[in-house]
Design a protein around this ligand. Structure first.
Ligand SMILES: Cc1cc2nc3c(=O)[nH]c(=O)nc-3n(C[C@H](O)[C@H](O)[C@H](O)COP(=O)(O)OP(=O)(O)OC[C@H]3O[C@@H](n4cnc5c(N)ncnc54)[C@H](O)[C@@H]3O)c2cc1C
Length: 317
C-alpha cells in the first residue's frame, strides 16, 4: 500500500512526483506502457520552458524531469492504468498487467490529446512544420506562409495569433461557415494576413524532412490542388484523457476533470488531478508542471490531515 500513486508521466506527473518524493512520500508513478514522457516527446525544440535559454529538445526535457523524480525516490512503473476505483477510503488502481495497487491518494495527470487529421505523414512531420500549438511553435514561423486547419474558436484564435509572426495565414475549413463565435470570426475576417480557404480539407502532407506543402481537396466537387506552405497548424480540438474516470469524478462542460477553485481537489476526496487533463485553456508544459506541484502539495496536506485525525481518534479512544 502506498501514500501516493501518480498516473501519467508528462510534466504534471513528474513534477508532482518530484515534490511528493522530496516530501518523503515515496510516490509510485505509472508512466504508461508506450506514451512515457507525455506530449513533449512528440516535439523537437522547446524554447519557452524557463531555465533553458538555448532551448531544449522535448524528449531531453522529459528525461531530465524523470531523472529528477527518480533521484528523490520515485518508483516509475512502465505500465498503463486500465481501471480505477475511488469509491473507498483506500484508492485502488489496476495496471495493464492485471496487478492491483492501493494508495491513500491518487494524482491523476493523464494529459490530453490533440485531435489529428488522421492522414499519412502528419506524425512524421510533427515538430518539422506540423504543429498543434501556436503558442509553442508560432515563433518559429516568422515571415513564413502557414495554414491553420479548423473552424472553431481555437482555430480563429491561433490564426490571429500566428499573424504576429507569419506573413500569410490560410485558414482551411471543411464547410462554408465557421463554428467560431461571431467576435472571433470577425477578428479573423478583419485581419489582412488571413485568407480563408472554404469547403476544403487536407488530403496529403508533403515534405521529406520538413513540411513543404499540402494537397487540398475540395469537399464539394472532390477536386485537388497543391498549396506550398512552411507550416501547418492543426486546431480541430483536444480531448482530455478522462475515459477511466467517467462516472467516478465530476467533469466540466469542457470535458476536463473538475477541481475545486485553484486547488487540484476533485469530487472524490483523496483524488487530485493536474495538468492538461484539468486545463481547457492554457495547456503548456510549465502550467502543467505548476499544476503538478499544486496536486502534490494538496495530497501532502490531505495525508497530514488524515494522519492527524487518526492520532486524535486513537488518543480519545
Ligand atoms: C507537438 C506538441 C508540441 C508542444 N510544444 C510545447 C512547447 O514547446 N512548450 C510548451 O510549454 N508546451 C508544449 N506543448 C504542450 C505540452 O506538451 C503539454 O501542455 C504538456 O505536456 C501537458 O502535460 P501533462 O503532464 O498534463 O500531460 P501529457 O504531457 O499529455 O502527459 C500525460 C501522460 O500520461 C500518460 N497516460 C495517459 N493515460 C494513462 C494511463 N491510463 N496510465 C498511465 N499513463 C497514462 C500519457 O501517456 C502521457 O505520458 C506541446 C504539445 C504538443 C502536442
Amino acid at each position: 500500500m502506498h501514500q501516493i500513486i501518480i498516473i501519467g508521466s508528462g510534466p504534471a506527473g513528474f513534477t508532482a512526483a518530484i515534490y511528493a518524493a522530496r516530501a518523503g512520500l515515496k510516490p509510485v508513478l505509472f508512466a504508461s506502457a508506450v506514451g512515457i514522457g507525455g506530449e513533449l516527446m512528440n516535439t523537437t525544440e522547446v524554447e519557452n520552458f524557463p531555465g533553458f535559454p538555448e532551448g531544449v529538445q522535448g524528449p531531453d526535457l522529459m528525461q531530465k524531469m524523470q531523472e529528477q523524480a527518480e533521484r528523490f525516490g520515485t518508483e516509475v512503473i512502465y505500465d498503463d492504468i486500465t481501471e480505477v476505483d475511488f469509491s473507498g477510503e483506500m484508492k485502488r488502481v489496476t495496471a495493464g498487467d492485471g496487478s492491483v495497487h492501493e494508495a491513500h491518494t491518487v494524482i491523476y495527470a493523464t494529459g490530453s490529446a490533440y485531435r489529428k487529421l488522421g492522414i499519412a505523414d502528419e506524425d512524421r512531420l510533427s515538430g518539422h512544420g506540423v504543429s498543434w500549438c501556436a503558442t509553442c511553435d508560432g515563433f518559429f514561423f516568422r515571415e513564413k506562409t502557414i495554414a491553420v486547419v479548423g473552424g472553431g474558436d481555437s482555430a480563429m484564435e491561433e490564426a490571429t495569433f500566428l499573424t504576429r509572426f507569419a506573413d500569410k495565414v490560410f485558414v482551411i475549413h471543411r464547410r462554408e461557415e465557421l463554428k467560431a463565435s461571431k467576435i472571433m470570426q470577425q477578428r479573423a475576417f478583419d485581419n489582412p494576413k488571413i485568407e480563408f480557404v472554404w469547403n476544403s480539407e487536407v488530403a496529403a502532407i508533403q515534405g521529406e524532412t520538413e513540411l513543404t506543402g499540402i494537397t487540398l481537396r475540395d469537399t464539394v466537387d472532390g477536386s485537388e490542388r497543391d498549396l506550398a506552405l512552411d507550416g501547418l497548424f492543426i486546431a480541430i480540438g483536444n480531448d482530455p484523457r478522462t475515459h477511466l474516470v467517467h462516472g467516478k469524478l465530476d467533469l466540466t462542460a469542457d470535458g476536463t476533470i473538475a477541481v475545486e477553485g485553484r486547488s487540484s481537489r476533485t469530487s472524490s476526496p483523496g483524488v487530485f488531478a493536474a495538468g492538461d487533463v484539468i486545463d481547457p485553456s492554457y495547456r503548456q508544459a510549465i502550467t502543467a508542471a505548476a499544476s503538478g506541484t499544486v496536486a502534490a502539495l494538496d495530497a501532502e496536506h490531505y495525508l497530514a490531515a488524515r494522519e492527524q485525525a487518526e492520532q486524535i481518534a486513537l488518543a480519545t479512544a
